[in-house]
Design a protein around this ligand. Sequence first.
Ligand code: 4FV
Length: 223
Amino acid sequence: MRIDILTLFPEMFAPLKESLLGKAVEKQLIDIHYIQIRDFSKDKHKKCDDTPFGGGAGMLMTPQPIADAIESIPNYKHAHIVYLSPKGTTLTQAKVQQMAQTYEHLILLCGHYEGVDERIISLYVHEEISIGDYVLTGGELPAMVLVDAIARYIPGVLGSSESTQNESFSQNTLEYPQYTRPQEFRGLKVPDVLLSGNHQEIERWRTQQAQILTQKRRPDLLQ
Ligand code: 4FV
């Protein structure tokens, strides 16, 4: 999968160069390109923002640099262009899985200030996605969240010991409690069933725990 990220702050994306994601890029499982929108500004001061028509607080990102940055991307017309925005569809695990399985080329537009000129959305954006009902200073963190979540579904990114199967939301429940060594820590013991070697009982316990936890914290998932 190729992902082009359009941003005013490429340096914010250092986390995508670490750990599993960094290894996935090294192994060329994911091809991530960072595009500095400001490089495309035709303003003599490289301005990329301006005041909103009709008044109102804050600044908007102007359309020209964004449009030219998008059109600089090879085959941009065949990519799925996403704008990270509180006005978008809220991201869910199902949406992440669908995107990972559907798109070979994603372009992620990161807004800043009050966002982008509406004409960019009309002309180029296929989908607006929100990571939650709160307002951030920029679309960079949401873009990193989206890339991280999608990358987990790309074959080879997760180690053989990890899986997207029995995890929170994958079966419309939260994940069961998990334990590792030592068997006792600060007086708290690992549940005996997990030490029993009885896989049928372990599976039954995990299913029951997931149901209890989901009913308590996220009954909406059970609907
Ligand atoms: C956001 C979110 C978000 C709004 C104005 C960036 C900011 C600024 N993006 N999910 N919640 N974006 O708050 O995706 O441009």
